[in-house]
Design a protein around this ligand. Structure first.
Ligand SMILES: Cc1cc2nc3c(=O)[nH]c(=O)nc-3n(C[C@H](O)[C@H](O)[C@H](O)COP(=O)(O)OP(=O)(O)OC[C@H]3O[C@@H](n4cnc5c(N)ncnc54)[C@H](O)[C@@H]3O)c2cc1C
Length: 315
């Protein structure tokens, strides 16, 4: 197994923060697999250190599990100011420094005594909130473009057995509320620009928005006049989602992609359009969940076994 990072584990190691997933649990599994005979090769990027063609020549089957780590960017004035970062750079810097030196090397973006704003109301943004709290930030706010959910489910538009769209607090928001007395989220907020001084971020300008539909029925966001606001900010973390897998390897191998740019391979089969190349996990289904990565990894192993041996006893 080749991994370009210095540690094995993918987003379970560099991505999911340590307080949510103890890295000892990940390492225990990696050690078990090493004992079973898996060779782990770190600091090796396929497509760069070893080309895709070399990989195909050297191995009888190749399973691509490179994740869907291409971060979505924002096109906002002032994005290049010092202090505006992608969420994953923030999270991974902290995890690496923690694992390397218990944060003593200082090789991470510190939120200590800083006014922090997280743009993005999803799970990655929430992990940034929890990390900033642990750094000892001065204030924390999490922006979302979505409206605040109702306290009770809408029985007409969101009936059982649909997942209930109701107001809840995730772990980071609960922690922030315990510390500062309120939910750190600001709902229906659109960032208009980042403003700085001498190239360093100083504040954020926002406006409230409401979601409506245009004449064709398409959902659109409308800015509400008079709701402009300026927020002091030393650090901003952008957590607005992921755009799919990176392209280098996909292009080198000439792989077909689906309409969301993931590697095209049927669930349960995992074969791509290129002989002996399989794809599984986030790289095939887009940014998802650990349970799916485990499920797809195990099933892909079975399909590779069948491909190599003609049959398989793997579940
Ligand atoms: C911040 C964050 C928090 C999350 N929290 C949760 C959670 O709480 N619960 C949950 O279920 N899911 C969570 N997820 C999602 C979950 O981590 C992923 O769905 C899962 O890790 C996908 O596994 P994977 O093996 O398919 O890909 P990944 O975990 O993304 O692993 C892909 C690996 O491939 C490596 N790689 C990529 N390209 C190359 C290359 N060319 N050469 C060599 N190596 C390469 C990458 O470095 C990476 O290590 C979270 C995701 C993020 C970003």
């Amino acid at each position: 197994m080749y991994e370009r990072a210095d540690r094995i584990g993918g987003l379970l190691t560099y991505g999911i923060p340590t307080m949510k997933l103890d890295k000892k649990v990940v390492q225990r599994r990696v050690d078990l697999m090493a004992e079973e005979g898996v060779d782990f090769v770190t600091n090796t990027e396929i497509g760069k250190d070893i080309t895709a063609t070399e990989l195909k020549e050297q191995f009888d089957a190749v399973v691509l599990c490179g994740g869907a780590t291409k971060a979505r960017e924002v096109d906002i004035e002032g994005r290049d100011l010092q202090g505006v970062h992608l969420a994953m750079d923030y999270l991974n810097g902290t995890i690496k420094s923690y694992l390397d030196s218990n944060l003593e090397d200082g090789n991470y973006i510190s939120a200590k005594d800083k006014h922090v704003i997280v743009i993005g109301g999803g799970d990655t943004g929430t992990d940034c909130v929890a990390t900033a709290l642990r750094h000892g930030c001065k204030s924390i706010t999490q922006f979302g473009t979505h409206a605040k959910a109702p306290l009770e489910r809408d029985r007409v538009n969101n009936p059982w057995p649909q997942f209930p769209n109701v107001y809840t607090l995730d772990y980071a928001q609960e922690e922030a509320k315990a510390l500062y007395g309120e939910d750190p989220r600001a709902f229906s907020v659109l960032t208009k620009k980042f403003v700085g001084e001498n190239g360093v971020l100083k504040e954020l300008h926002t406006v409230q928005i409401e979601r409506t539909v245009d004449e064709t029925g398409r959902k659109i966001y409308k800015e509400i006049p008079g709701t402009e606001k300026v927020w002091p900010a030393d650090l901003v973390f952008i957590a607005v989602g992921f755009e799919g897998p990176e392209n280098t390897l996909i292009n080198q191998l000439g792989l077909d992609q689906d309409r969301r740019s993931n590697v095209k391979a049927a669930y349960g089969k995992y074969t791509t359009n290129v002989d002996k190349v399989f794809a599984a996990g986030d790289m095939r289904r887009g940014q998802s969940l650990v349970v799916w990565a485990i499920n797809e990894g195990r099933e892909a192993a079975r399909e590779v076994d069948k491909y190599l041996m003609g049959s398989s006893q793997l579940p």
